[in-house]
Design a protein around this ligand. Sequence first.
Ligand code: ATP
Ligand code: MG
Length: 431
Amino acid sequence: MALITKKIKGCEDVLPKQSYRWQFVENIMREEASKFGFKELRTPVFEHTALFARGVGATTDVVQKEMYTFDTKGGESVTLRPEGTAGAARAVLEHALTNEGLPIKAYYLTSCYRYEKPQAGRLREFHQFGIEEYGTSSPAADAEVISLADSIFKRLQIKNLHLEINSIGCPECRAKYNSAVREYFGQFKDELCGNCKNRLEKNPMRLIDCKVPSCAEIAKDAPSILDYLCEECESHFEQVKAYLKVAGIDFKVNPKIVRGLDYYTKTVFEFVSDAIGSQGTVCGGGRYDGLIEELGGQHLPSLGYAMGLERLLMVMENQGIEIPEPEPCAVYVAGLGDRAQTKAFELVNSVRLSGLSAETDVVGRGLRAQMKYADKIGAKFSVVIGDNELDENKAELKNMTTGEKTALPLDGSFAEKFASLYLSEKFGNME
Ligand code: ATP
Ligand code: MG
């Protein structure tokens, strides 16, 4: 039994009493994305494994250790998406979206899958909001996407989120930087962790952000990428910073932020919170000017980022940020006896059609139990219908807060009359 009544490790359910918190955050993300001109892109939950090997990078932890990969019955290797960019880039190429004008501005809100060690803020199924902008090399685009993240955080009223930015240059600057890094860390080869020993050959820049304390200690005095930027990359970075200042966004330059693939270029950034311990990176991204080319397309400078919804919600909870609870039921209509219950069913339907929420009994409860339920769901108004009310064709609407009663006809005008009373009560009290 345990197998069917226990979810898979590292996955979470979002229960009905919690889901409004997610919806609140997701709605703000959608609204802000829309203000910036980004439209939603939905791609399949799985893709050909080869796409991720290419699009995320064969030397990354994600591809080497974290993917859910399996063979289908048809013998194809497929992988549950560990992130959103590869699928988005694939869709851009497959549908030749570049023909529809540049830049292509898309966002996604999806689940992702990574086989990691589950802990606070680190799950095996988690959710990301991500931004993708294809077809622009302008530093204004870098500042625009960062500004979108910033405005989401501001609307969510999140405090103490620090933006850290860096530039990792173009392949030319990086070749020079990589040899400097290799030379520097080479002196400490025996003290490096196993991963870093490997990286020293394959992907030296990644040594810079190793989280193992002894490696981080050595990395403190490592050369900085910023000293190796070519003129163009340096000027691009200067302009990104200038645009961020214009947008009033605070940031810190942190040369230790790196993304170590050939097709990642120039700007990289993270939004980091100190409210949720070591899993503090809420959002990470940057430019990947070489990605579309790497996947077989034309040269198409692009950029984007992803933020983790679980981590964001954790930060909000830790900071005591209140999320408005959903509106309770506008009216509960109770019925006493079969005939009245049928009428109640008809009335709640008409209220719902008029645009407000309404409930009646669907369990077969008696009147007392129905009223208890109405209380429990926090119904704003209630109506009890029995034989008398049916005979007189009217009933009393009770305001559950004040106890005030108003007679309403039980005919075709019920929903409309209820709505006008409900709305005047709701908005009349606003001053
Ligand atoms: P980390 O260094 O924390 O492993 P990452 O570099 O793997 O992060 P990205 O691939 O940049 O993360 O993903 C963007 C965001 O998605 C992260 O900043 C984080 O908020 C979220 N995220 C990544 N992996 C997980 C996970 N396993 N569980 C929950 N959220 C995650
Ligand atoms: Mg990770």
